[in-house]
Design a protein around this ligand. Structure first.
Ligand SMILES: Nc1nc2c(ncn2[C@@H]2O[C@@H]3COP(=O)(O)O[C@H]3[C@H]2O)c(=O)[nH]1
Ligand SMILES: [Zn+2]
Length: 409
């Protein structure tokens, strides 16, 4: 059934999107791409450049040779029938703990039009806690990693509290729940869910859930410009993202919060799992965006060089910027929230006598135009590359399946 769904999905994607399509990704130097005449107003260009590019060298220095895993190897595994058999709900450990209304709502959790605001309403503001639990349970990870439910709920409660620390309109627990649910959709619809190991699945869900923990409601540029304690701590580099993932790991040390307590020594703190989670959260720094997309696009010219971990990072990043590709009502709600947050930062900048960041001036910002720029220059290229990756995993499987069918008939 899953193979059939993968094949149908891949065929649909190829038919509808990939015939004679040219992907246009701006160069790392975005201004060059945007410098021509076009509908993008100067302030929006400034925002794109300031937010989505980084001329700093990537200093993370992952030793790729050690754990290099290409998508090609995954394709081979898929062709050889080496799916990870994911048990959906077969062994759920505690569904009875969920309020019935929430349980009913989760029937739709694989849908791109899932209404996370409604979940938050019916769960009395516990959307993050319940999505975290539901996804771990759905993929049987609570049982496999012997995660104590008491710790899971204590940790989730601390996460929700951490997300509420600054009362942000956008970067709050609902956003984290939304990113985790959207990630789940991408994993399911692409078939990735069947070729990630349990540890990789856990790492991805965890990364989605913690990726904006204790977000200050202001941008990295704001932290740097105000020389905030966090900017000093992280030397102006991916300030917030470093804080999010660092806080998530530190929270595990709080009383009753260690959800990793029963992980085997091979699983955690293995370099692989920890590095993966750190890399995925750091990859949500929007200054890495154009570099990340461009690198993957060039990798796609030689699919054998595509790395699984890079694909996973792109998936989290795509889930993080999902709402412009969702239903209009959902998108509008998120946009309204984001704009409130941007304008509050602008107000603070005004008070401090700092230059106002792009899109943060409540008196001059053109929201509609900026959203068009965001969709054209950020969302579309990201999702184009993501679907190209999906196609690279599913494509050879589809081709072989078609050949087999032909031979059989
Ligand atoms: N301009 C604009 N930025 C967005 C939109 N959605 C998400 N973002 C930005 O993309 C960022 C992704 O990472 P964060 O969630 O930290 O913060 C998010 C916002 O800064 C949108 O609709 N418009
Ligand atoms: Zn986010």
């Amino acid at each position: 059934e899953h193979i059939r769904r993968n094949i149908e999905y891949a065929i649909a994607v190829m038919e509808s999107r990939y015939v004679n399509r040219v992907v246009e990704i701006p160069d790392d130097e975005v201004p060059a791409t945007l410098s021509g005449e076009g509908p993008v107003p100067p302030e929006i260009k400034r925002w794109l450049v300031q937010t989505f590019t980084s001329r700093r060298a990537d200093v993370r220095g992952r030793k790729e040779s050690e754990t290099r895993r290409s998508l090609r190897s995954v394709v081979h595994a898929v062709q050889a029938g080496m799916f990870v058999e994911r048990m959906f709900r077969k062994t759920s450990v505690g569904v009875q703990n969920l309020p019935p209304e929430v349980q009913e709502h989760f029937k739709n959790i694989d849908s791109w039009s899932y209404d996370v605001f409604e979940l938050d309403r019916i769960s009395d503001g516990n959307s993050l806690k319940f999505v975290f639990y539901e996804l771990l349970n759905k993929y049987d990870l609570i049982r496999k990693f012997k995660i104590p439910l008491k710790s899971l709920f204590a940790y989730s409660a601390r996460l929700q509290r951490g997300y509420r620390k600054y009362n942000n309109r956008y970067h709050n627990p609902i956003h984290a729940a939304d990113v985790a649910q959207s990630l789940n959709c991408l994993l399911v619809s692409s078939g990735f869910v069947h070729w990630l190991s349990d540890l990789e699945m856990f790492s991805m869900i965890m990364a989605a859930v913690v990726h904006d923990l204790e977000h200050s409601g202001t941008t990295n540029t704001f932290h740097t410009n105000t020389r905030s304690p966090l900017a000093q701590m992280y030397n102006d580099k991916s300030v917030l993202e470093n804080h999010h993932i660092s806080s998530a790991f530190r929270l595990l040390n709080e009383e009753d919060c260690d959800i990793l307590v029963n992980f085997s020594k091979d699983d955690y703190p293995s370099k692989e799992a920890r590095t993966l989670m750190i890399d995925m959260v750091l990859a949500t720094d929007m200054s890495q965006h154009f570099g990340q997309v461009k690198k993957l696009q060039s990798n796609l010219q030689h699919p054998e060089s595509l790395e699984k971990s890079r694909a996973m990072c792109l998936m989290i990043h795509s889930a993080d910027i999902n709402h412009p590709s969702k239903q209009w009502e959902l998108h509008c709600r998120w946009t309204e929230r984001l704009v409130v947050e941007f304008f509050e930062q602008g107000d603070q900048e005004r008070k401090l006598g700092l230059p106002l960041s792009p899109l943060c001036d409540r008196h001059t910002t053109m929201v509609a135009q900026s959203q068009i720029g965001f969709m054209d220059y950020v969302i579309k290229p990201t999702y184009d590359v993501l679907f190209d990756i999906f196609r690279n995993v599913n494509g050879p499987v589809v081709r072989d399946a078609i050949l087999s069918l032909r031979r059989a008939s």
